[in-house]
Write a protein that binds this ligand. Sequence first.
Ligand code: GLU
Length: 307
Amino acid sequence: MKQVVSFDDVLAEIAVLVRPHFGKGRTAQYIPQLAGVNPNQFGMAICTIKGEEHAIGDADVSFSAQSITKLFALGLALNSIGDEVWTRVGKEPSGTPFNYLSQLEHEEGIPRNPFINAGALAVTDILLNHAAEPDALVRDFMGMLGVAHLAIDEDVAVSELETAHKNRAIANLMRSFGTITHDAEAVVEAYCRQCAVTVTCRQLARAALPLAARGFSPLIEETIFPERLTRRLNALLLTCGTYDSVGSFAYRVGLPSKSGVGGGLVAVIPDHAVVAVWAPELDRFGTSVVGAYALEYFSQLTNCSVL
Ligand code: GLU
């Protein structure tokens, strides 16, 4: 893995290459506040483990982090209770949509992985043992790592809560199996609020930097995750981070990545950098169409790939 080109040149080239891909997807229709986001936005930021930053377009515009927060919630849960997390959640790709219900019943309430909604709801339940407001915990963790004060977009949180029927069904089903131990509604509410954290590409690239630096944040000069856990988080991102398109995503991009239905994507280049991209139109798997192309072009132009 060798970067032989300037990241600024690469970003400028990508901004041109992605243009034909606008209009191919749709903003998240099932969350009314996200459905109305201007689809013609594009930002991309790179943060290297040496602390260099490169950005283009709307890299400093805040967007809804959505499922990207699941990565940080999982990191917090693993840091607090370690491998016990894996008694409640699996580590396998699901092969099913992020909010799929029936697999959960077949598999006795144990979600396939921590990034599908069921898994993330179970992680929220774990965090509820440690904090009255897990959403604030995740927001502040991301903010601390991203060197920023992050907010929870109340309108997005309410909008998602009002339409969170599927997530309620998932949480209640897990409650019936004992995977969730708190009131299902309280778990769903904390989860929706966590998803409504807003972040910019630049802040996100910074926040995920420990994943590229063996667990260390060069920005705040602190070890955030043990090195072995960092490798494991990257393994989960590579195998489960983009739901039921994870195979083709790895084929195209080749980097551990996490998507969110706000249109954000974050990708880790171990020992090198983190790339964050945002463009609101999604494919049917809930991944940013333009964002995925941007990362695909990025790995082609830089030869940065773990594969
Ligand atoms: N809050 C979203 C949901 O639960 C997250 C999905 C995503 O960003 O992939 O449906």
